[in-house]
Design a protein. Structure first.
Lengths: 146, 73
């Protein structure tokens, strides 16, 4: 399940709802990861653009990988502005046993960082500045270059 | 005609081009000063599927997207 929201995430409610959705599904482990905006480099917050068609197919491919291990993934992400100490990202893996979920959340979040078509901007003095230095070129990039 | 869209921080309006493959697109975009910093680090999708070579043929109505470096979370 992939959920996109305008602005910051309501973390307690999303985690609670996901917990309740799977309460009777016989998963032994529920491992969430919550990403929160930290104060650094004088930013007021972060802002995000998302390209939804490719995000959805990327997520669906991961959901199939999870399913093959008897697990499921849920993910929520913000669009637009998210201010300091608010959260922009939650992902969670549910699995029958803890080991699968612990390993899967690590792999999933790493690939999320490297591949999900989401662009981050720092909010500084009311301006949106692309976080170029923290961004990663998607695998296979550069084919149109010289 | 195909439509070329520039995503995220690439500040450029979409283009409508009469081309039949990605090699032709590469030649056109390489002459565009605005795109100089982006071509070497952007991924390319045709109809929302990422492609890894310029050989894929294009047909009328195709949508091409340029995806610059990403940073979710």
């Amino acid at each position: 399940m992939l959920e996109l929201y305008e602005g910051s995430l309501d973390v307690p409610n999303i985690l609670k709802r996901w917990y309740e959705e799977e309460a009777q599904s016989n998963y032994g482990a529920y491992i969430p990861f919550v990403g929160t905006v930290r104060s650094e480099n004088g930013i007021d917050g972060l802002s995000f653009d998302i390209y939804e068609p490719i995000l959805k197919s990327w997520f669906e491919a991961w959901q199939q990988k999870a399913k093959a291990k008897g697990a499921i993934i849920k993910m929520a992400h913000s669009k637009g502005d998210v201010m300091l100490h608010e959260s922009s990202y939650i992902s969670a893996v549910f699995s029958p046993k803890r080991r699968v979920a612990l390993e899967f959340i690590d792999e999933f979040v790493e690939d999320f960082k490297a591949s999900a078509p989401i662009w981050k901007y720092d909010l500084i003095d009311g301006k949106r500045v692309y976080a170029k230095d923290r961004s990663t070129a998607i695998k296979g990039s550069g084919i149109l270059g010289k | 005609m195909v439509r070329v869209e520039f995503l995220g921080p690439i500040q450029k309006e979409p283009l409508e081009l009469d081309i039949t493959n990605l090699n032709e697109l590469a030649k056109i975009l390489q002459d565009d000063e605005e795109l100089k910093e982006w071509l070497g680090n952007s991924a390319v999708a045709v109809n929302d599927t990422l492609v890894s070579s310029l050989e894929a043929p294009l047909k009328d109505g195709d949508k091409i997207s340029l995806l610059p470096p990403v940073c979710g979370g």
